[in-house]
Design a protein. Structure first.
Length: 362
């Protein structure tokens, strides 16, 4: 039986905490320990966390005397407390599906070279979106070479959801904790860092529930100038500089990332022009040129420029003529990368990787 330590950081998520912890306690087939770390919440999280710890000896509750932020709290649990063979960082507003930890442990038990395993997630906006899934011994998984995973992140960014990412704890301790300098993408940097050390396993079954709600940082994705694109760029550079400089293909993957980021920055510049935010649009276009000096050759660059010349009113009228009233507002609202009710996660197709394909396991 595999052993899994689950670290649950909590900041003002007391109303979600019981559901999250119950989903972990319901896991079968693994030895469990849970650490709830309250990061100086101002709601009733401390009372709920303390009560949960009293009810089950597998739960430890801690409260930080002052707010340390997600990175500091995560590192306290993952680096200083976790000792089991496997570990998981689980946000207090998310949850696990039945059998998730047993499936993850089985894959890593059978493949000692795998440093991390993740699966699909159900996206939900409230608890009514938590579909009741039957627990099954049969599931599909694939082993992706670490280099292929890094290329995927560079080219498309990360289609991994944190509540499903189970790490091999000794590897985690060897390569270090999450980076405070990357507050929005420290998890992606960690996954790429692990991938420099070995393969990543992907389970086709939904392994968790990801809650998409008004408190998520990414809800206001397009309302921040250039969003997190600059941090994505820093993340990929950090992994290359510190962990991947000996990977021959990495510079070519970085070129793919730069092209992607330039396209996305131009798209966001277009949205800024539609809002009448000329300064924000200029920031996005400058970033596009910074990462990709030939950005001015891209169609997305000129689309944004034309929107700037036309002005927000004319652009909206043109979109209304072309796409109707609904289309006139399309793209001008906050970007929603997660849609409640859908399944999210990158499942590699056979042609996308070179490792052997996993088959249903018992």
């Amino acid at each position: 039986m595999g052993a899994v330590d689950v670290v649950i950081p909590c900041y003002n998520y007391g109303h979600f905490l019981t559901r999250c912890v119950d989903s972990v306690l319901a896991q079968s087939g693994v030895e469990l320990r849970i650490l709830i770390i309250d990061d100086a919440s101002t709601d009733n999280s401390p009372e709920i966390g303390s009560e949960l710890a009293k009810r089950d000896a597998r739960i430890t509750f801690r409260r930080s005397p002052k707010n340390k932020g997600l990175i500091g709290t995560a590192n306290e649990g993952i680096m200083d407390w976790a000792t089991a063979k496997y570990s998981l960082l689980l946000s207090a507003d998310d949850a696990l599906t039945p059998g998730a930890l047993e499936r993850a442990a089985k894959v890593m038990d059978q493949h000692s070279e795998v440093g991390m395993v993740y699966g699909m997630v159900y996206v939900m906006s409230d608890d009514s979106g938590m579909m009741q899934l039957p627990e099954s011994d049969s599931f599909r998984y694939r082993i992706v070479p670490g280099r292929q995973f890094i290329k995927q992140v560079c080219e498309h960014w990360a289609a991994v959801s944190t509540p499903t990412a189970v790490h091999r704890t000794d590897l985690q301790h060897r390569i270090g904790g999450y980076l405070p300098s990357l507050p929005q993408s420290s998890d992606v940097e960690m996954w790429m860092r692990i991938a420099t050390q070995g393969p990543i396993a992907v389970i086709h079954t939904p392994q968790g529930y990801y809650r998409w709600h008004g408190s998520n940082m990414s809800v206001a994705y397009t309302e921040r100038v250039c969003s997190d694109l600059d941090e994505q760029y820093k993340t990929i550079n950090e992994v290359y500089r510190s962990w991947g400089s000996d990977i021959e293909e990495f510079p070519a993957w970085m070129d793919l990332a730069k092209l992607r980021l330039a396209h996305q920055a131009c798209w966001m510049a277009g949205l800024a022009f539609e809002r009448g935010d000329v300064q924000g649009a200029g920031t996005c276009l400058n970033f596009a040129q910074e990462v990709y000096p030939s950005a001015w050759r891209l169609t997305s660059w000129w689309t944004a420029r034309l929107k700037g010349l036309a002005g927000p009113k004319f652009t909206r009228e043109l979109k209304r003529l072309l796409h109707g009233r609904e289309g006139a507002n399309r793209g001008a609202v906050a970007f929603a990368p997660f849609i409640p009710g859908q399944i999210f996660g990158w499942w590699p197709e056979a042609q996308e990787f070179t490792a052997a394909t996993g088959s249903p396991q018992r």
